[in-house]
Every structure is written in structure tokens, then in C-alpha cells.
Design a protein around this ligand. Structure first.
Ligand SMILES: [Zn+2]
Ligand SMILES: [Zn+2]
Length: 356
């Protein structure tokens, strides 16, 4: 459950940028493993704080969050960059300076535009699809490049000029005085967001953002042999990134529908077939369903419950090999529940004849 970012950092909703920075630095110090060895949740708390800071320290993201909450950030393609160790996370905020701990006192902002978020969709396929492989079209909503301006944020035909704040570099340097001396930091330019260029007349369709949420479809090739719960990753098919940053990925989760005729065991299939006791005694043929159509299966005379007949090569391929496993037909012997008078006489005669 996402918690309120302001609560996580312990600041008021109207807090200034520097108040937010101070709150995060204090938390990061308190939760740092060099300082805090007794709280087993310190790392989790730190990651929450880092996520909150990543949003609230960026004016655009903070505005989105204030207006639309967590949902707004997600549909905007943003996802937190709080994977990895505390050191990695701190380095991503404050740059990898000589002493991260000292950098904590300097403050600063994550440099560069954020990559696009990942998207997850689910599909259900049948065992027959597992056998042959299948192509499925999936539909989803994704942050995409704006169709009108093709992502540059300018009304078509209007000029895009070099950003005055950063001179086109996309990054700005800030010099800060801290208790540890001067600290020079580089961050994304607040005017152009790292682009280095600014549209004179923002695109009407996307308001100059260069991106919009659009319905998209994708033809997903599901390989034969896939198993329930496996995911297919389609690199770059997720949400578009902030200007210039790479898009996220699309993850397609695959569920294989239950089929009451077959139980899957790796590459093999097991089919239970119900055989009358008398047939099991005298032997005969029965029909068993396979993925390749119905097959006649020989039941030998005297087959016991649990007797199996192997149908070689009628199982499934695996992801690694096209060679199919086997299908095992498992005999379940059924004793009739009701007999006519005639049948009962016959059964009794057979019973006497068999003796003990
Ligand atoms: Zn546009
Ligand atoms: Zn700029």
C-alpha cells in the first residue's frame, strides 16, 4: 500500500523545497546502516523516504502527486528508482561524490529525466496453444509520444529554441556552501527538464509535455512449451520515458487454462480414464482424448487400478526443446453400483467360479 509521501517525510503539504530536502536528509542520516543498527526495518523505511523524496523534490512530479495522488504518477509513467542498496539510491540523488555521507548535508536533486515505467498484462491460453505456440494481441494504456508533436512538445511548424537557463546542455550546476565546504552539484535543468530545448509555442494536444496516454495493442508471440505463471518481457514496449529517457518494458504474464482432460506434469500429460471392472478383467480398447485428437488405447486383460498406458510423444514441448514429452493414460477401474437381477446372477456365478 503506498503511503502518503508527506507523512513519510514528516512534513506539511505546503512545505518548501528546502524543508523537504532537510526532512529527507535527516531521515536518511537516521536510517543509515552506519548509524542505525538496531532497527530491522530501517532499510525499508529508507526506501519509502527515498521514494517520497524523489517525488516531492521534483516540482512537476510533486504537482502531479498533489493533484492526482499515486495513481496520477503511475499513469504518468513514473515509477520509483529505489531498487539497489542505500548507497546506490543516495548516489542517484546526490551524485556519487567522495563521501556520500557528507553529500547528505549538501542536498540536491536526481539528475536527468526518468525512464518510462513498466506495464504488466495477463493473458490466458489453452494447452493446445502450449503445444503449438500462439500469437496473441494484447491491449493496454501506455504513456506514449504525442502524435501531434512527435514528442518534442512544440506545435507543429513552430520553432524550438535552445533553453536559456542551461544554454542547451540540459544540466545546470549549483554551488552550495555546506558544513563540509563547497559542494558543486549537477542536476537536470528545471526550465527544459533536461532537453536543452524549449518549445516557443507548446503543442496543443499535449500542452508541451510531448507525451500522452494512449490505448495501444501489441502482438505477443507466446512460445510453445510455456508454463503457467511465466512472464514474457517485451523490452521498450512500456510507458514512454521523460524527455529523452528510455521507455519501460511490457511484461505479459501467461496463465494456462485448466483442462479437465489433462493434468500437466512438466512435458508429460496425465489422463485418467474410467474403465468398467469387467473390461479391466477381459481387456479391450477404450478411447482417450489427446491434444492430437482421440486415440484408441489398448487395455490388457487383468489391468489393475493405476495401470498406465504410455502414449509416446503426445505430451508437450518445453521452452528449450521442441521434442514432446509423453501422455500417460491412467486406468481407473469402476465397479458398477447397480446391477439388474440377471447381471447379479452372472456376477455371483463368476465370483463362485473364481473362488477365494
Ligand atoms: Zn504534443
Ligand atoms: Zn534548460
Amino acid at each position: 500500500m503506498p503511503t502518503d509521501y508527506y507523512e513519510v517525510l514528516g512534513v506539511e503539504r505546503g512545505s518548501s523545497e528546502s524543508e523537504i530536502k532537510r526532512a529527507f536528509r535527516r531521515l536518511a542520516r537516521d536510517l543509515h546502516p552506519d548509524v542505525n543498527r538496531h532497527d530491522p526495518d530501517a532499510e525499508e523505511k529508507f526506501k519509502q523516504a527515498a521514494e517520497a523524496y524523489e517525488v516531492l523534490s521534483d516540482p512537476n512530479r510533486r504537482r502531479t502527486y498533489d493533484a492526482f495522488g499515486h495513481e496520477g504518477l503511475r499513469t504518468g509513467g513514473w515509477s520509483p528508482h529505489t531498487a539497489g542498496s542505500m548507497e546506490d539510491i543516495l548516489a542517484s540523488f546526490f551524485g556519487g561524490g567522495d563521501s556520500l555521507f557528507a553529500d547528505l548535508f549538501g542536498g540536491g536533486r536526481r539528475a536527468g529525466p526518468a525512464p518510462g515505467g513498466d506495464i504488466a498484462v495477463e493473458i490466458e491460453i489453452t494447452l493446445a496453444d502450449v503445444l503449438t505456440g500462439v500469437t496473441r494481441e494484447v491491449g493496454f494504456e501506455a504513456v506514449s509520444l504525442c502524435e501531434r508533436c512527435r514528442g518534442n512538445g512544440a506545435e507543429p511548424g513552430t520553432p524550438i529554441r535552445t533553453c536559456e537557463t542551461c544554454g542547451g546542455a540540459g544540466r545546470v550546476q549549483q554551488v552550495r556552501r555546506t558544513a563540509f565546504g563547497q559542494l558543486v552539484q549537477t542536476g537536470a535543468c528545471p526550465t527544459c527538464g533536461g532537453d536543452g530545448r524549449v518549445a516557443e509555442q507548446p503543442c496543443e494536444r499535449c500542452d508541451g509535455v510531448g507525451r500522452e496516454v494512449r490505448a495501444r495493442t501489441w502482438d505477443v508471440d507466446v512460445p510453445s512449451g510455456i508454463e503457467s505463471g511465466q512472464r514474457i518481457r517485451i523490452a521498450g514496449a512500456g510507458h514512454a520515458g521523460e524527455s529523452g529517457a528510455p521507455p519501460g518494458d511490457l511484461y505479459v504474464g501467461v496463465e494456462v487454462a485448466e483442462d479437465e482432460r489433462f493434468e500437466r506434469r512438466g512435458r508429460d500429460l496425465v489422463t485418467v480414464i474410467h474403465v468398467p471392472a469387467t473390461l479391466a478383467m477381459v481387456g479391450g480398447t477404450v478411447t482417450a482424448a489427446t491434444l492430437d485428437g482421440d486415440r484408441e488405447v489398448e487395455i490388457p486383460a487383468g489391468a489393475q487400478p493405476g495401470h498406465t498406458v504410455r502414449l509416446a510423444g503426445l505430451g508437450l514441448p518445453s521452452l528449450r526443446s521442441a521434442a514432446r514429452g509423453d501422455q500417460h493414460v491412467l486406468v481407473d477401474v469402476i465397479v458398477p453400483r447397480k446391477l439388474s437381477r440377471e447381471q447379479r446372477k452372472l456376477a455371483e456365478r463368476l465370483h463362485e467360479s473364481l473362488g477365494e
